[in-house]
Design a protein around this ligand. Sequence first.
Ligand SMILES: Nc1ncnc2c1ncn2[C@@H]1O[C@H](COP(=O)(O)OP(=O)(O)OP(=O)(O)O)[C@@H](O)[C@H]1O
Ligand SMILES: [Mg+2]
Length: 386
Amino acid sequence: MARADVAAERSASRATSSGSVTLSGVTRRFGDMVAVDGLDIDVADGEFLVLLGPSGCGKSTALRMIAGLDVPDEGTVAIGGVDVTDVLASDRDVAMVFQSYALYPHMTVRRNIEFPLRNRKVPRADRDSAVAEASRMLGLDDLLDRRPSQLSGGQRQRVALARAVVRQPAVFLMDEPLSNLDAKLRVQTRAELIELQRRLAVTTIYVTHDQVEAMTMGHRIAVMVAGVLQQVGPPGEVYDKPANVFVAGFIGNPPMNLLTASVPSSAVGKSDDVDPAALMVGPDRVMVPAALARAAVDATETEVVVGVRPENVRLATDEGLPVTVTLIESLGHERHLVCATADGQSVIVRVDPSVPQPHPGDPLCLAWNPEDVHLFSGADGRRLAP
Ligand SMILES: Nc1ncnc2c1ncn2[C@@H]1O[C@H](COP(=O)(O)OP(=O)(O)OP(=O)(O)O)[C@@H](O)[C@H]1O
Ligand SMILES: [Mg+2]
């Protein structure tokens, strides 16, 4: 489709869906390796979607296909309801911000910011006002005559953001834009980005492998593992009801404890009269609510995975799962006890450093409330209950 046609069709649909992004069955292979596997995602106009997943899971590849910098082997990409799969990157109404700021070193900050507008032959007066507005929004007014080499990392990233903002695109695509910043600046810039997105209400797809960024920034989080989308939902939902063990083990710091438990063969297939404590971790019974034990039995699996978040585990002396303390990690404001079950599985407990602490080698019992238990399939990791 020619550029003018795309623009016309886009503006026709702008009122309802100008910045929506829809990926349908998007697949990208590199040789035998499937980098992105049948990705289906719908991003609403004005939404902030975070694409989260471990290194190498295909996040950048997915983003590059939305930008038009890479082409899917299968599937389609639509922006604003218009199929842009075969439209050049330069003709898509998107602005991308990279981890490396990719500023032009020989140009001043002002020139860098206005570059996309000059490229589009926008008249000088319009360029000036657009640069002034973006510069004010991102706190760059005093830096406009400097060159990138005279800026800090955080300032450079703000210039890169300003350059994306002046274009007034329908969609912002951001690939780990904060990962080159130190911890303090990252937190500050994160807050600025959230505010900027809220103010501009431009659809934003933000790639990160940092689950704290994902939890704090996104309206929704899309979790990818090995090229496959695992779950899409609001941060609270992904945290409270992870769809499978991959998501459970990736969200939360430290992540959810996942204990392989066996279902007694005598109970498999019998859904009535299930003993609420029928599941075993090694030689020990593990506390799960009766409904979950029943779900495990109903799934007719001989092994299930019991998930409990470290903050939901409490130390007990006479009830619960017997473990031995193996390691204590002190983070100042909190402490993590790493414990081992009798069959050698690891359980992390988050404890308050102000209470008396156990020592490595100490025997303990771990307890939790029934409503804090998650149950997953031992066969394929999918969530079984609740
Ligand atoms: N041009 C390419 N040629 C061959 N393989 C590639 C190419 N680009 C990416 N890959 C492979 O595709 C997979 C996904 O890469 P991608 O860069 O999308 O991952 P990512 O999720 O962005 O990872 P990270 O968090 O480390 O940036 C990786 O295994 C990578 O090695
Ligand atoms: Mg990447």
